[in-house]
Design a protein around this ligand. Structure first.
Ligand SMILES: Cc1cc2nc3c(=O)[nH]c(=O)nc-3n(C[C@H](O)[C@H](O)[C@H](O)COP(=O)(O)OP(=O)(O)OC[C@H]3O[C@@H](n4cnc5c(N)ncnc54)[C@H](O)[C@@H]3O)c2cc1C
Ligand code: SF4
Length: 471
């Protein structure tokens, strides 16, 4: 522990955002880093708790008090080495993780957790700037071949760990570029794609072979992978969006969020948008249905495209503004969260259900009703909202069944995800493993990284009889 009295002397201070009026004019990141001195001061606030709840609050079990101390002392390179020993992509989590570690920090009992995410981001950004992050090719080869399907954070983490353990790793991705939702879901203003490109370059030098436009179960047969490889990890994400099958659903202008967001990411990267039907919010009244991360990203993207208005509807009641710490800490609390996109100018309404999309051929409005505590519509509470574009962002129900999973014939759990435990990560089919959202259902990047790492360790152990890869 660096500064014993740090938490008493230094107030919590965190990164700020560029002004909304400026940042909505572009798609670049807009979080303003703290100075080196301020970052070290924030790290000095860590109390090195006897029971560091931050450790278990973090899904990849980052050794947070250790690198807080190293940061406070200015030992940045060692801090980076420590951070990278538990997290393959801290430059991603340092930007877009909701930071369950901060919710479980002891100082969060009084609403002033250590700014763990900001310190994490500062450590890894510095490590890249100083050239400390280098490819780590394995010094030996095992002679085993592993195929990974899906290049989201789960597939990438799994591939990197297995390549570093000396296996020949081939990563199959149906899109033209790697990254999964890091590339095609999460907007550039939250995560610029240069962070993903840099990792792909590193992994290529480490020996991972990327196969693009390879849709396994469609234009590449899954059986051919089973025949050619010693193991396969399926990490295809949870891509089946939850629908809203009410009258008018088939009107023009009603789209899934994941038809809208990837188009904008492709525009920013100068990639073809891959459809003749551009979906744009410019000059439109936009209604986003769904209150999570995806809905929030639709808001920020619509505002940047020049929407006339953006309204977000959520069927759940408005959560409390602050949690009852005695009931929730150190767990992740349910409370009202206001994202940077909300601050850019969206209206939010809660406890609302949509009963009809109105319009001739194209949507012009929504008929809605208020719902009670049991989510039952309240009689007489009908109202109408104007809308020229409706984006459905109500989450994802499961992985897609057609193609890959149908051909492999792996057993599914009762939620429709690939059935596999978190020790062996083995599916019902020999040689086939599963990790990330395809196994656990819609989740977070940090959980995908954890599962990718643990799945790699399980595969390594199954192939070699033992493993030195961390779980
Ligand atoms: C819009 C949006 C915003 C989000 N924002 C955040 C956030 O801010 N913070 C956070 O922590 N989490 C966020 N999430 C959740 C997070 O992105 C996911 O939990 C995470 O990406 C899951 O990782 P994954 O590797 O399991 O799957 P994915 O990232 O979904 O990657 C799966 C990959 O598999 C490929 N694939 C699928 N089937 C095949 C096949 N048959 N053949 C070849 N390739 C295939 C897909 O093309 C994709 O590249 C967000 C999700 C969305 C949709
Ligand atoms: S819980 Fe907070 S104060 Fe305690 S060790 Fe973790 S980061 Fe430091």
């Amino acid at each position: 522990m660096g500064k014993v009295t740090g938490f008493l002397e230094i107030d919590r201070a965190d990164r700020r955002y560029a002004q909304a009026s400026d940042r909505i004019r572009h798609y670049r990141e807009f979080v303003l880093p703290l100075s080196e001195e301020a970052t070290r001061n924030q790290a000095a606030r860590c109390m090195n708790c006897g029971i560091p709840y931050c450790h278990t609050g973090c899904p990849v079990n980052n050794q947070i008090p250790d690198w807080n101390d190293l940061t406070y002392r200015g030992e940045w390179e060692e801090a980076a080495r420590n951070l990278l020993s538990t997290n393959n992509f801290p430059e991603v989590t340092g930007r877009i993780c909701p930071a369950p570690c901060e919710a479980s920090c002891t100082l969060n009992i009084q609403d002033t957790p250590v700014t763990i995410k900001t310190i994490e981001c500062a450590i890894i950004d510095r490590a890249f700037a100083e050239g400390w992050v280098k490819p780590e090719p394995s010094s030996h080869k095992t002679g085993k071949k592993v195929a990974i399907v899906g290049s989201g954070p789960a597939g990438l983490a799994c591939a990197q760990q297995l390549a570093r353990a000396g296996h020949e790793v081939h990563l199959y991705e149906k899109h033209a570029k790697a990254g999964g939702l890091l590339r095609y879901g999460i907007p550039d203003f939250k995560l610029e794609k240069r962070h993903v490109d840099r990792r792909i370059e590193q992994m290529t030098v480490e020996g991972v072979v990327f196969h693009y436009n390879a849709n396994v179960g469609r234009n590449v047969s899954a059986q051919s992978l089973v025949d050619a490889y010693d193991a396969i990890a399926v990490a295809g994400g949870a891509e089946a969006s939850r629908d809203l099958p009410v009258p008018g659903r088939d009107l023009g202008g009603v789209h899934f969020a994941m038809d809208f967001l990837p188009q904008q990411n492709r525009r920013v990267s100068n990639e073809p948008i891959g459809t003749n039907e551009p979906i744009l919010a410019s000059g439109k009244h936009v209604v986003v249905i769904g209150g999570g991360d995806t809905g929030s990203d639709c808001i920020g993207t619509s505002i940047r495209q020049g929407a006339l208005s953006v309204t977000q509807l959520e069927i759940m009641p408005m959560p409390p503004k602050a949690e009852d710490k005695l009931l929730t800490w150190p767990n992740w609390p349910l409370k009202l969260r206001t994202s940077s996109s909300h601050e850019e100018g969206a209206e939010r309404d809660f406890a609302v259900t949509t009963t009809t999309f109105e319009g001739e051929n194209v949507v012009t409005g929504l008929r809605c009703m208020r719902v009670d505590d049991r989510m039952k519509p309240v009689a007489g509470s009908d109202f109408t909202l104007r809308a020229d574009l409706v984006l459905l962002a109500m989450g994802f129900v499961s992985p897609l069944k057609e193609g890959l999973l149908a051909e492999l014939g792996v057993a599914l759990d009762n939620r429709g995800n690939v059935a596999a435990d978190t020790v062996r990560y083995a599916s019902s089919r020999p040689k086939v493993y599963a990790c990330g959202d395809m196994r656990r259902g819609q989740s977070l990047v940090v959980w995908a990284i954890r599962e990718g790492r643990q799945c790699a360790a399980a595969i390594d152990e199954a192939l070699m009889g033992s493993t030195v890869l961390p779980r």
